[in-house]
Every structure is written in structure tokens, then in C-alpha cells.
Design a protein around this ligand. Structure first.
Ligand code: ATP
Length: 309
């Protein structure tokens, strides 16, 4: 396995004395999808500020693909690690969408034609083709989020770091953003490191989780982390809703060895339990009192049929 990001003994205190990070050691491998969780003020953003070089001369070692981040020139670093911060307004400052996405490639010293190609490619990737002449400030929040991502993708980073990518997005934009991140990871081979409080979306974006609370307090698969109630409680975290629901169902005598981490997994487990011979879920529920449940199941069956076509 190739080490994409290796951090050793990283500590950081702000000038007012706030200790934000203490003795961080971690290794993230090429192609991994890693999510960093932790309570508010745990140091996630501070950690990311180290990865994009905003905080210089770290007290500790950070290497990206074997090279020390503090020894890289900025043009090299932005090609290695791209960081998308939570608030897109922090990253968008040019008069047009084109200029914002071109900013990185221009600073990398690329030729005009190459810059143009990269801008078009990045805007297409995030679904903002045709927005080139628009004023970033006037875009909707969801569009700004996608633009901030495009502005980083145009530098073709090997590692993509995202702070709260799903926060404040409507359900469709959220699902689209998750698919896009997964596509970047799975198809384009970009290693992704994400900080998020949205635990319901986490299993889709993580092979592995680090729990950060000034220090790294735990590491493991989403299932391992979410099964540790004590760890969750101590770090102001919670498990995905379906995971908690099945835990409760288990207490009521519904026995399932697998606890689902996502809605789809929950449906699969339920399907194994109650699936009819035709592969559809059959719940004999009363039309009026259980209409909502019927709607969910019908939409699942519809979704399943369409998927089979
Ligand atoms: N510029 C600053 N000056 C002083 N203290 C700071 C500064 N920026 C952050 N901090 C402090 O450093 C600690 C870590 O903050 P950080 O923003 O990295 O946490 P976070 O995990 O990203 O939080 P959240 O989940 O709320 O976004 C907090 O105690 C915060 O108050």
C-alpha cells in the first residue's frame, strides 16, 4: 500500500494558547476514503489548514506521497493536496466563475490553453458547465459549494480534503455531491479525506474513520466506530439513524446480527427477513394508518424494478 498522507507527532497551539492538536499520528493510503469525525472544536479544520500549507512550519512531520509538505513549493503542494473548506465564500474571490476555477492552474504556471481545458473539465465534472461568465457571489449556496470544489479539481490534486461537504445541502444536492466525491475516489483514483458531522452520509464516504478530539482517540471501520457507544458518547458523536433504530429493534426482540449503516443496507436486511418469492417486499399494512410506510416500500420496489431494467 502506498502512503498518501503520513502525519507524525503533529501538535498545534494558536497564539492565544488554545491547544488545537496534540501528538497526531496517522497514515492515509492511496485510494482510501477516510472520514475524520470529532466534536465541535476538535481540531479538524486546524488539521486541514496544515494539509494545505496555510499553517506553515508544522510542529511535527507531514508527508504527502513521501515528500515533506513544508519542503514543497506552493505550485507543487496544490497539485498534491486540494482542500475544500466548509464555507465556499472563504474560497471564492474572483469576478467570474471561470476566473475562480482558473486561479489555481494560472498560479501553477500552466499555458493559457491548458488552463482553459482544465476549467472546462472541472466545471463539467461538478455540473456547472455554462456558468463560466457568472459572478460567483450571485450563485446559490449549493452551486458555490460545487464551484469551490471545481476550483480545487482544476489543480488535479492527488489527495482531496473536504470539510463538511454535505452540510446545508438539499437532499438531492447532498446525494449528488456524495456520488461526485465517490466518483472522484473510485474512478479518478483521488484519495479523499473528509471531515463531517453528517453521520447518516458517513458510511457512503468512508472506508475508514479517525476520531479526532485534539488527539486521535480512535481509528477503524465505520462499523467498529459506531458500535462503540462509550467512544461515541465521550466524543459527542452518534451512530447513523438506521443503526440506532436496529439497535432498538434488537432490544425489542427483533434479532439481526447485522446492524445497517445506511438506509439501503437496512432495506437489504429487511428484505432478507420479509422478502416474498418475487423479490419484492410485501408488507400487509393497513392502507390508512400505515400509508407512509407503504409509500416508502412502494418507492423502494419501484426503485428496485427500475434498477433491474
Ligand atoms: N484563529 C484561531 N485562534 C484561536 N483559536 C482558534 C482559532 N481557530 C480555531 N481555534 C480554536 O482551536 C480549536 C480547534 O478548532 P477547529 O476549528 O480546528 O475545530 P473543528 O474540529 O474544525 O470544529 P467544528 O467541528 O466546530 O468546525 C477550537 O478550540 C477553536 O476555538
Amino acid at each position: 500500500m502506498i502512503e498518501a498522507v503520513k502525519v507524525e507527532g503533529l501538535s498545534y497551539s494558536y497564539s492565544d494558547g488554545t491547544k488545537a492538536l496534540e501528538g497526531i499520528d496517522l497514515t492515509i493510503y492511496k485510494g482510501e476514503k477516510v472520514v475524520v469525525v470529532g466534536p465541535n472544536g476538535a481540531g479538524k479544520t486546524t488539521f486541514f489548514l496544515h494539509l494545505n500549507g496555510t499553517i506553515k512550519n508544522p510542529a511535527g512531520n507531514i508527508t504527502v506521497f513521501g515528500r515533506s509538505i513544508s519542503e514543497m513549493r506552493i505550485e507543487e503542494r496544490i497539485h498534491e493536496v486540494g482542500v475544500v473548506f466548509q464555507d465556499p465564500d472563504d474560497q471564492l474571490f474572483m469576478p467570474t466563475v471561470f476566473d475562480d476555477v482558473a486561479f489555481g492552474p494560472v498560479n501553477m504556471g500552466l499555458e493559457e490553453n491548458e488552463v482553459k481545458k482544465r476549467v472546462i473539465k472541472a466545471l463539467l465534472k461538478v455540473g456547472l458547465e455554462g456558468f463560466e461568465t457568472k459572478v460567483p457571489h450571485n450563485l446559490s449556496y449549493g452551486q458555490k459549494k460545487r464551484l469551490a470544489l471545481a476550483a480545487v479539481l482544476s489543480m488535479e490534486p492527488k489527495v482531496l480534503v473536504l470539510d463538511e461537504p454535505t452540510a446545508n445541502l438539499d437532499p438531492k444536492s447532498r446525494a449528488d455531491f456524495i456520488s461526485l466525491i465517490n466518483e472522484l475516489n473510485e474512478r479518478d483514483g483521488i484519495t479523499t479525506i473528509i471531515a463531517m458531522h453528517d453521520v447518516n452520509a458517513l458510511p457512503e464516504l468512508a472506508n475508514r474513520v479517525y476520531v479526532l478530539n485534539r488527539r486521535i482517540v480512535a481509528e477503524g471501520s465505520p462499523r467498529k466506530i459506531f458500535s462503540d457507544w462509550e467512544l461515541l458518547r465521550e466524543n459527542n458523536l452518534e451512530a447513523p439513524d438506521v443503526f440506532k433504530l436496529f439497535k432498538v429493534l434488537n432490544c425489542f426482540g427483533y434479532s439481526s446480527d447485522d446492524l445497517p449503516l445506511s438506509f439501503d443496507e437496512a432495506i437489504q436486511i429487511l428484505t432478507r427477513t420479509i422478502e416474498g418469492k418475487d423479490g419484492h417486499i410485501h408488507l400487509h399494512v393497513h392502507e390508512h394508518t400505515h400509508k407512509e410506510l407503504s409509500d416508502v416500500v412502494n418507492s423502494y420496489n419501484h426503485h428496485r424494478n427500475n434498477g433491474k431494467k
